[in-house]
Design a protein around this ligand. Structure first.
Ligand SMILES: C[S@@+](CC[C@H](N)C(=O)[O-])C[C@H]1O[C@@H](n2cnc3c(N)ncnc32)[C@H](O)[C@@H]1O
Length: 261
């Protein structure tokens, strides 16, 4: 069964439908080649410098290494617009965008939340995000690592985690469980987590990794999947923080991909 094509789970209040039409242009192909080159450069730099410095070097040399705001490439803009359209029409209080990069999606979120906090491992990305977000009074950007950030006591009504997890190495099940549990802990009751990662054709290795990442968030008893969208070329899953009704539910119990079937 291709769970990526499932409609929203249960009879939840409807989430707005995202537009799904897409065709690839030469510019889109150029965008993917550019992204692949950036990722290859990151892989080389990480071996020498570690992840944080590697991202710093990328952001220092390109300012927008993932073409998040370059007008000649439409992919990221379409992705952000589609992500916004997937959110329920409600105003959020506190919002957290993890792996915010240069803050483009945080700025998309600005009209929909009281306080938007962007977090990124790269200090250089944060400097760029702040510079590009002058005039957005409700945006704040801080340098930090998803692996250690705990919200500083804040609880968020919406957490966004887009195209960030596959940069973690290693990204094994223990780490995925830790991140999912941390996201759950930082959500306010009823809060939403929007998880987004590249997704192409179900069978290619990158898409299988994405599928595994998204499935792993179901391991947390207090996170319920409420919607999932497959779009060109990403998978978006929305989870809601619910009261943990499982009597034995604990992050310590042995769970794994087999438990998700
Ligand atoms: C491909 S960019 C995605 C940016 C943005 N979320 C988007 O969808 O356009 C990945 C970002 O994740 C950040 N990142 C990678 N590892 C991280 C970590 N451990 N903690 C926080 N941010 C991280 C990188 O610095 C980079 O800015």
């Amino acid at each position: 069964m291709n769970v990526a094509l499932q409609p929203p789970i249960k009879n939840r209040p409807p989430l707005s439908q995202a537009p799904s039409g897409f065709f690839m242009t030469l510019r889109d192909i150029a965008f993917w080649i550019r992204s692949a080159r950036t990722d290859a450069a990151f892989g080389r730099l990480r071996k020498q410098l570690g992840a944080a410095e590697a991202f710093d070097v990328l952001y220092q040399s390109h300012r927008d290494p993932y073409a998040a705001a370059l007008p000649q490439f439409r992919y990221q803009r379409l992705k952000y617009e589609r992500m916004i359209s997937m959110l329920p029409p409600r105003h959020f209080g506190d919002v957290l965008d993890i792996g915010c990069g240069i803050g483009v999606f945080a700025r998309y979120l600005s009209p929909f939340g009281d306080r938007i906090l962007g977090l990124d491992l790269s200090e250089q990305a944060i400097i760029e995000a702040r510079a590009r977000s002058m005039g957005h009074e409700n945006l704040e950007f801080v340098q930090g690592d998803i692996l250690s950030f705990d919200g500083d006591g804040r609880h968020f009504d919406l957490i966004v985690l887009a195209d960030t997890l596959y940069y973690l190495a290693p990204l094994d099940d223990a780490r995925l469980k830790q991140i999912a549990a941390r996201a759950h802990q930082m959500l306010a009751p009823g809060g939403l987590l929007l998880l987004v990662n590249h997704f192409f054709f179900s069978i290619d290795p990158a898409s299988r990794t994405t599928r595994h990442i998204h499935n792993s968030f179901r391991w947390v008893p207090g996170l319920e999947q409420v919607a999932e969208y497959r779009r060109a070329f990403f998978l978006a899953t929305i989870f809601e923080k619910i009261e943990d009704r499982s009597t034995t539910g604990s992050l310590e119990k042995p769970v794994g991909p087999g438990a998700l079937a």
